[in-house]
Design a protein. Sequence first.
Lengths: 339, 319
Amino acid sequence: MARGLGYYIFVRALMIIPTILILYTIVFILLRLLPGDPILAVVGTRNIPPEQLENLRHMAGLDKPPYIQYFDYLWRLLHGDFGVTLAIPMGTPVKNYIFSRFPATLELTIFGFTISVILGLLTGTVAAVKRGSAVDTGMRLYSIIAYTLFIPWFGLLLQYFFGLVLGVLPTSGRLDPDISLKTITGLYVLDSILTGNIDALISSLAHLVLPSLTLGIVLSGAYTRLVRNNLVDILSMDFIRSYRARGIRDWKITIYALKNAFIPVITLMGLQFAILLGGAILTETTFSWPGMGTFIVDRIDYRDYNSIQGMIIFFAFFVSLISLVVDVIYALLDPRVKY
Amino acid sequence: MPLLEIDGLRIYYYTLSGIVKAVDNVSLVIGENEWVSIVGESGCGKSTLAYGVVRLVPPPGRIVSGRIMFRGRNLLSMDREEFRSILGREIGMVFQDPMTSLDPLRRVGDQVAEMFTTHLGIDRGEALEKAGELLEVVGLSRDYINYYPHQLSGGQRQRISIAIAMSLKPKLLIADEPTTALDVIVQDTIMDLIEGFKREGTSILFITHDLALAAERSDKIAVMYAGKLVEFGTVDQVVDNPQHPYTMGLLHSVPDLWGPRRIESIPGYPPDLRDPPPGCRFHPRCRFRIDMCSREEPELIEVEEGHYVACWLRSSGGG
């Protein structure tokens, strides 16, 4: 408390540096342990003279000893440079891909996250308030089913039903091909609003429905459980009974209880956001969503070291920022937290 | 018309292993500006009785039958909204554990002020002003409105709980062992505080296991044993002239600072309320039991004016 929130945020932000460094080291080593290398992956089964192969390796900087490669890339990172792609197309800055792919993932993540939180809070609260009833059992069943759903399978199911049978929603991509949208942020919904493009807004929202529902429903299961169990605990606490004895209205008591039950939920939110970005990979693949997930999967096939490293580090940086924000919210919400 | 009239109240807990008759046919009257203490050991149903009055018996407990008349109206037959408007406004309640009876996430001032905004409909600023004044009444500084509960001691928190309970000057304050979790010095100041409100006209229903504490400040004492009311009367009647063997046992189990008397405990344990003994529930532990005690349940009868006891030894029909 003594040093204040600013100091706390500063220290927490500093801790992102070792986190990223450790992650980079692990990813770097793992990638080098994988059989094959980017050059072989590009060349494939074609017969190419060894000198030319060497030349390609040299151009990619892969002829240097691994520790030099490690520090080279680290040095670039410090300057905000994520390197260039090592596979086809060779030599494109990884940053370009990050800029084009990240907003797609972020957009999907935000919608999926929002849906999961709303669904989880609603179902969990209803279950806790109606504790022991059939409604409660139903909500708990929902939680378990949602939690165990396999994203590609569930995604396919939604695609089949809404896309094929009803034919009301698009099943892949982010925008109808015949709609043009001037991108500013890369978040299509935001861009369509900013440019006043109604067609693009409708189309991009329609494209978001199925993937974000898939992601949102699957992730909501964990919230339902957590919110229900916490709220049940809180509702049986002394201070809730005191509120009732003071004649405070029921809906207000539920809100106070929710606020108390929310603290562990916020922790889960931070963790979920990271899982969400991962879950986005499956969702993106299922819905041909041009995000970071599909890009990383694609690049792993090529052993494109720089792209994978760059993307993962950016990913990690973003997740760290989110968890920092979560910690700050946590500290602001709970007066007992000392920072 | 008495302020509160409990009539034939039964509160049972429907547990998986049986029905626990925690409060079994208890009748009790509290007059205007009267301090009535309910005394009994743990599990005798005294707290359940208090929860019954504010309709907050925790599940699986349920009020099975009886009437609770408060200023001529039956609390048990009111609809939820009507009863809610009485809670806090006409009946205040203070609980045992001050450490857990305030919301940890909200400032003390907001929790006090909420009583005014909820029941009087005044705006938050004015309510906070009143909350500050109220904190001074209970002996805390006005600045405490900005504190969170975890920044306060147990005694301070209990003062705040009392301030909240008394914020709208209710006619009745129910205090469920409000001093049990506190040390003796703080205990005394809290009792003074409650007594101060009584002097201003509030009736007190005080729940305690401590007969000596009850005897200090009460007007009347009700002794409960195993879900039954066994003796009821003024402090003088109950303490100086106890009629029920259980009350005598309670009085003998407290050390006397000035006398030579040894502490005598009551042999045995309270019965399992899922399956209480037949007849008088105290008879297995009673030194004076007669045949009648294990066969039939004694009624509460008036042995002298205002002094009631449920014991076959005092009952003319007994023997």
